[in-house]
Design a protein around this ligand. Structure first.
Ligand code: NAD
Length: 299
């Protein structure tokens, strides 16, 4: 067996080194959230519902908090006894506080808080036409709702000195020009919130991260698309959304965000904190110069 020499006569075997190196490697296969309790806002539909399903399938108990009562109850029923629904409007701090308390009374603890509820907005594209009443309404859901979620999750996570907080941001908050200003500002703010809150909560072993999805044809996007293209059938609208992607052969889907959320919520991401996990097939990483082909340029 090889020996590695260290100064002052210290030596360590290759086997010991390998043991140290592999200590903590995940051995979890498919049950990454066994024994964990998660609260997900906006989980009656789209990304939140896909994530709730993924979390339950990985052993978690999940509270679905959403404004849409019937849809939320149906989702919880679909997921079985490891899911429960609570009506929650994230613009009301008392609703968020109740949802956190409900998670604890129902499932005894809160390990994961996913602040995912959000809305799009149909607002004019120019800054000179900015509708500030609409701006306030969108910020009250997409930003204030996230802050309230983090505040009340922290209230119960700090005493336990553990927890994972997730938020849904967006590629529209990463680079400019992808949406009108109001939505883009709300999502850029979520990325900022994660950084500032992570700087405090790290002291308690609580991680705070966000995910920035690319366009996915969930009800939120499909409603916007129907407004933009009245009369066009849903299948064609889905195609238009998917055609905006840059990664050949794949489309961005809710399950991709659920997989990212599972990673960030689990022990696999135990040292990932203050991070914005962009799930966009590389869209925000590059631009193409689009040079004309040499035979198209006249000398
Ligand atoms: N779909 C996309 O392309 C995309 C891309 C980037 C980011 N996002 C973000 O992902 C998140 C989830 O959206 P989605 O695409 O799954 O849309 P969705 O419409 O399918 O789901 C959004 C859910 O949030 C709930 N919700 C809205 N306002 C609420 C409130 N005040 N209180 C509680 N619940 C509320 C809705 O009832 C709905 O169930 C949003 O934050 C959205 O901004 C979506």
């Amino acid at each position: 067996m090889f020996k590695f020499g260290f100064s002052k006569g210290v030596s360590i075997s290759r086997t010991s080194l390998a043991e140290i190196f592999t200590k903590g490697f995940s051995t979890q296969h498919g049950r990454k959230l066994e024994g964990k309790v998660a609260l997900i806002t906006g989980a009656a539909s789209g990304i939140g519902k896909a994530t709730a399903t993924k979390f339950v399938n990985n052993g978690a108990k999940v509270v679905i908090a959403d404004m849409q009562r019937q849809l939320g109850q149906d989702t919880a029923k679909e997921l079985g006894s490891n899911a429960a629904f609570i009506a929650c409007d994230v613009t009301k701090e008392s609703d968020i506080s109740n949802a956190v308390d409900f998670a604890i009374s129902k499932f005894n603890q809160l390990d994961i808080m996913y602040n995912n509820a959000g809305v799009a907005c149909n607002s004019p594209s120019s800054i000179v036409d900015l509708d500030l009443a609409l701006f306030d309404r969108v910020m009250s859901i997409n930003v204030r709702g996230v802050m309230a979620g983090i505040k009340h999750a922290s209230r119960v996570m700090i005493p336990r000195r553990t927890g994972s907080i997730l938020c849904t941001a967006s590629v529209t908050g990463v680079i400019g020009g992808l949406s009108q200003h109001t939505y883009a500002v709300s999502k850029a703010t979520v990325i900022g919130i994660v950084k500032t809150v992570a700087s405090e909560l790290r002291k308690y072993g609580i991680r705070v991260n966000c995910i920035s999805p690319f366009a996915i044809p969930t009800p939120l996007v499909m409603e916007e698309m129907s407004r933009l293209y009245p009369g066009v059938d849903a299948q064609r609208l889905v195609e238009i959304v998917h055609n905006t992607g840059t990664l050949e052969g794949e489309n961005c889907e809710a399950i991709d965000i659920a997989n990212a959320a599972l990673y960030l919520a689990s022990e696999d991401a135990k040292y990932v904190n203050g991070h914005n996990l962009v799930v966009d097939g590389g869209f925000t990483s590059f631009k193409s110069l689009e040079f004309p082909a040499p035979d198209q340029v006249v000398c």
